[in-house]
Design a protein around this ligand. Structure first.
Ligand SMILES: [Zn+2]
Length: 244
């Protein structure tokens, strides 16, 4: 289990990766010298796809490696025996990367020329999500394969937490399995939540993370919604907590 200081350090390191990556992408993009007219051709789009794919593969691996090191350190500190080592899944999903580029280079219907700034803003948002996803995949996949069967918690960071992340954080430390993968592994753009891993049956959460308190909020919203439908509960939580 991580201390608050270790979580903060991991969050800062990952934020640095995202920022450094983006600065490098912008420089490489400028180096291609693509014009809006070229970005309307297959060759231009393919050049951008190649650049973006290499970029996600390289920086996703950096983020994943940081997360794997974090995992190994926590496992070591917990004194878990065995030679298990965290793994870094391949961060590149070619179809997803191609889809993002196609979406970014498509101008709105009533516009005849691509606005480069809008295109880059779309790519920036997606790259942040994909690089952070590589971090989360490394941690979740390692937890799922670890024979010592740890549990993982989503930890809200920063001043504000959205309703969706609050619900997942309220569950505390949970096992990662094939079946739990969908919801536990879904994150919104610019989500700054971190994850913590424990091998203890009775973990003491890091400072500032109180799953019991969060569960109280979830439960109040569930009762007010009069339903176990997640969308209705989220709507109620947003009203009650004044969050997004
Ligand atoms: Zn979040």
């Amino acid at each position: 289990m991580a201390s608050r200081a270790e979580l903060d350090a991991q969050a800062a390191a990952q934020a640095t990766v995202v920022a450094t990556a983006w600065a490098q992408f912008q420089a490489a993009y400028a180096g291609l010298g693509l014009t809006p007219a070229q970005l309307a051709t297959n060759e231009g789009i393919q050049a951008l796809r190649d650049l973006f794919a290499d970029f996600i593969a390289a920086w996703g691996e950096v983020a994943g490696t940081l997360a794997a090191d974090f995992y190994d350190e926590l496992r070591d500190q917990a004194g878990i025996p065995g030679s298990f080592q965290a793994l870094v899944p391949d961060p590149l999903d070619s179809a997803q990367v191609d889809g993002i580029v196609s979406w970014a280079v498509t101008p709105p219907r009533d516009v005849d020329e691509l606005d480069i700034e809008t295109m880059l803003a779309k790519i920036e948002g997606a790259s942040q999500r994909l690089i952070r996803q590589a971090q989360r995949d490394a941690l979740n996949e390692s937890a799922r394969r670890d024979p010592a069967r740890p549990r993982v918690a989503r930890i809200p960071m920063g001043a504000e937490t959205c309703a969706f992340c609050l619900v997942l954080a309220s569950r505390g430390y949970v096992y990662r399995s094939e079946t739990s993968a969908g919801r536990n592994n879904s994150y919104h753009d610019f989500c700054d939540c971190e994850q913590d891993v424990t091998w203890s049956s009775n973990p003491e959460p890091p400072d500032g993370y109180d799953p019991g308190e969060l569960y109280g909020k979830y439960d109040a919203a569930r009762r007010a919604a009069g339903s176990s439908d997640l969308r209705k509960i989220l709507r109620e939580l947003r009203l009650q907590e004044g969050i997004r």
